[in-house]
Ligand binder design. Structure first.
Ligand SMILES: NC(=O)c1ccc[n+]([C@@H]2O[C@H](COP(=O)([O-])OP(=O)(O)OC[C@H]3O[C@@H](n4cnc5c(N)ncnc54)[C@H](O)[C@@H]3O)[C@@H](O)[C@H]2O)c1
Length: 343
């Protein structure tokens, strides 16, 4: 089964960048929870291509079996359908556990808050227990949402900013779950000396991201709307900002963080530092998709953060990483993939 060209070229690019940085998982056995998701499936592709043995665990709640279907023919790849918030005892040794399992879209905060809470509390606890038993290193996929609606004095947000989160708001299930997940990771580092680290991931896009309808993430929703000739729905005035990281940059950063010996107990922002307004994003999507659909404005959802931008000084220092793909560049393969999905 051939990979979509936008994914094949992205995976090659990541392999080449990791090769240059001498980051390799070859010969390692890696558990990827959430491996059938958007980011998880890119991670699985790169790890298998590097010569790692990958155990991909996913309950297929928001991921798709088709994202990893092409890997089934590889002896180095095993797929386990399982909910990581339930006990799991993997056979054999493990060198590394990457915990990415969690629904992650705003639409799901409303519909599935309990499963999100469980994946990032019970789920990370189970993943940490596995890593402890196997003496494996861990990387936890946390989020920029731990910063909540940040005080403007802390934008760009450094890892030392403790955030501004409403625990009982509609986003609380995700933001607080991730904050608790981070506390679990650091507790295992402190109490058991586990070699674990935390990635705070900022909005990432690219081929395989799901659009998930009207309340999904802004960028894939806009693409879906533009490509199908529907008006682009902007919540609020569109002046709120986000920073958008192309999947190739993000996965490179995540794997560098997972591999480095220098990150035990560390929290690192992995995101693009170029802050773009949502209105600006909508115009970039119109241009990239070659459509002139209308923009329509709807009320801003509760607790929607006004600004979001990382300070990535730490990622540069520890990982020698920074993103290189502009929004306009990253939209080209993303549009190609969206068009082929809707064809
Ligand atoms: N994509 C982003 O912009 C972004 C930003 C910040 C953080 N993150 C984090 O990165 C991780 C991956 O995000 P994504 O964008 O790939 O989302 P995704 O929804 O595409 O992938 C998540 C995967 O986890 C699986 N999953 C969910 N709950 C599970 C459970 N209890 N047991 C087993 N599998 C489970 C889903 O089926 C899915 O395949 C998530 O933890 C997310 O919170 C992503």
């Amino acid at each position: 089964m051939a990979l979509h060209p936008s994914i094949a070229s992205g995976v090659s690019e990541i392999l080449s960048r990791l090769g240059d940085a001498k980051v390799s998982f070859a010969g390692q056995r890696v558990l990827v929870t959430g491996g059938a998701g958007f980011l998880g499936s890119w991670v699985c592709d790169v790890l298998v291509a590097q010569g790692a043995e990958v155990v991909c665990l996913d309950n297929l709640s928001s991921g798709l079996a088709t994202h990893v279907a092409h890997l089934h023919e590889r002896d180095e790849f095993t797929f386990i359908e399982h909910d990581i918030s339930q006990p799991y005892y993997p056979e054999g040794g493990l060198d590394c556990v990457l915990h990415l399992a969690s629904r992650a879209s705003p639409m799901e905060f409303d519909k599935h808050p309990i499963s999100i809470l469980k994946a990032n509390t019970l789920g990370i606890w189970i993943a940490l227990g596995i890593a402890k038993a196997k003496d494996a290193r861990v990387m936890y996929a946390s989020t920029s949402e731990v910063y909540g609606d940040p005080d403007p004095r802390f934008v760009p947000s450094p890892e030392t900013y403790n955030g501004n989160v409403n625990p009982v708001g509609v986003r609380g299930c995700y933001d607080e779950a991730k904050r608790c997940g981070e506390a679990f990771v650091i507790a295992y580092v402190r109490q058991h000396g586990l070699n674990a680290r935390i990635a705070r991931i900022f909005n990432t896009y690219g081929p395989r991201i799901r659009s998930e309808g009207i309340y999904g993430r802004a960028l894939p929703r806009f693409l879906d709307q533009a490509i199908s000739g529907k008006p682009i729905t902007i919540f609020g005035t569109g002046e709120q900002t986000r920073s958008f990281t192309y999947v190739v940059d993000e996965v490179e950063g995540l794997l560098r963080l997972a591999a480095t010996d220098n990150a035990k107990g560390k929290v690192v922002n992995i995101g693009n530092t170029v802050e773009r307004s949502i209105l600006d994003l909508a115009r970039a999507v119109q241009a990239a998709s070659g459509t002139e659909v209308d923009l329509v404005f709807e009320p801003l959802p509760d607790d929607d953060p006004l600004r979001r931008c990382p300070d990535i000084t730490k990622a540069k220092q520890i990982l020698g990483w920074e993103p290189t793909v502009t929004l306009e560049e990253g939209l080209v393969p993303t549009v190609a993939w969206f068009r082929d999905q809707s064809a």
